[in-house]
Design a protein around this ligand. Structure first.
Ligand code: SAM
Length: 235
């Protein structure tokens, strides 16, 4: 993967922080693979998933959104690969867009008839998501505008992809996220390169007794972004 300007300048400005994040990323991946041995093949599986997603991703960032706002291809490939491995049944992405397609693509291929919902705090982006999903011949129902989640408030989710709105909205939505994880549910928190948000999210998970695993070793992209996986909720 190419190292581009932004990541390079961060590495020069904050070499120790970047080194520590890299190290915890490697340690956390080893920890995650111990807890969920099925994820051991993630790197190879993500290559396959990235190749399958690439044409739609290209279309999405060129015609619908852009590469700063869309989830990275790395996070998208992990999301797709992890879903194929863990076979979640009830799924929601908070922050609609390319991730909404990834999850519907998984659902269309899965044998356990998964149900996918997508939520966004911006009605205009929900409309763009609906148009994109239709363009990709994917179902465009089950789209909700945050904070009106009445239709899914009684549900618990096996997989939540949390990538919604600005970083304040995202932090404010964390209690909803952890309240809606199923017994064996996991959340993927995207954009955890943002240190203020990362601190708030990690503190929230710690207060809830939920284990966090940095996915930096798998999802670090050329903009310096990376995701963290957290779950399952404390019984
Ligand atoms: C990081 S984006 C969500 C990306 C989405 N999960 C995806 O995979 O494409 C966070 C929020 O930005 C908004 N958004 C998405 N694309 C945008 C764009 N190109 N310009 C402005 N806002 C955008 C949406 O309201 C979304 O909740």
């Amino acid at each position: 993967m190419k190292t581009k300007k932004r990541t390079l300048s961060k590495r020069i400005k904050h070499p120790v922080r970047e080194m520590l994040l890299d190290r915890s990323g490697r340690n956390d991946l080893a920890r995650l693979e111990k807890v969920i041995p099925r994820l051991k093949d993630s790197e190879a599986s993500m290559e396959v998933c990235a190749a399958l997603l690439r044409p739609a991703y290209r279309h999405y960032i060129d015609n619908v959104s852009n590469n700063f706002m869309a989830a990275s291809l790395e996070s998208s490939a992990f999301l797709y690969s992890m879903a194929r491995t863990m076979q979640p049944k009830n799924i929601v992405d908070l922050g609609s867009g390319f991730s909404s397609l990834v999850l519907r693509k998984y659902a269309a291929e899965a044998s356990n008839n998964p149900l996918v919902w997508s939520v966004d705090d911006h009605g205009g982006w929900l409309e763009k998501t609906a148009e994109f999903l239709q363009h990709m011949d994917s179902p465009s129902d089950n789209l909700l505008e945050w904070p009106d989640t009445t239709l899914i408030d009684d549900m618990k989710f096996d997989l939540i992809f949390h990538d919604m709105g600005n970083m304040n909205t995202r932090a404010d939505a964390l209690p909803w996220v952890t309240d809606h994880l199923s017994e064996n549910g996991y959340v993927i928190l995207d954009d955890m390169h943002k240190s203020d948000y990362r601190k708030k999210a990690m503190r929230h998970m710690q207060q809830e007794g939920i284990e966090c695993y940095s996915l930096r070793a798998l999802t670090h992209d050329y903009l310096g972004r990376f995701a963290v996986m957290a779950g399952p909720p404390k019984r």
